[in-house]
Design a protein. Structure first.
Length: 159
């Protein structure tokens, strides 16, 4: 199993993002295509750069349960008012932090997500993912590769 840590966040926080609703959570190829198209759109129209300039410049890939449907997008930490952007509440509590490294910046967030939801969560028996969302960031590492982390809110399983 991959390594992970538990970090406690003491205060609620917000994230602002642009993204898409995913109608069929199990349509991996279709969802990846919809997500990539949205990323290309907000990159080309400057919306993502505008959002990054309002925040600290760190981009996150955000997955969230929005109105009972899966939602995926790209955004920043903090609350910002931009047309078409959605503001999400992330709650205080314990967070599962799963790190990863790789040579491809764009593929790393998806690789970490695939690792977590492709079996790692089932192997961690002392904590349970409670959502309603998770976020992954990727940044350059010192060795020329990339470093990323996925943060998911969890609760300790009693007994």
């Amino acid at each position: 199993m991959s390594k992970y840590a538990i970090q406690t966040i003491s205060e609620n926080y917000k994230m602002t993002a642009f993204g898409v609703t995913l109608e069929d959570y199990n349509d991996w190829a279709g969802n990846a295509a919809k997500t990539a198209a949205k990323k290309a759109e907000i990159t080309e129209n400057g919306k993502l750069a505008e959002l990054l300039a309002l925040a600290d410049g760190q981009e996150f890939q955000i997955n969230y349960n929005l109105g009972g449907k899966a939602w995926r997008g790209f955004g920043v930490m903090g609350e910002f008012d931009l047309e078409g952007a959605v503001v999400f509440d992330f709650l205080a509590g314990d967070y599962l932090v799963v790190p990863g490294t790789g040579a491809d910046k764009d593929a790393l967030a998806d690789a970490i997500t695939g690792n977590v939801f492709g079996g790692m969560l089932q192997q961690i028996t002392d904590y349970q993912y409670v959502g309603p969302g998770n976020a992954t960031f990727v940044k350059p590492a010192d060795n020329g590769e990339y470093y990323g982390e996925m943060w998911l809110r969890v609760k300790k399983v009693e007994g």
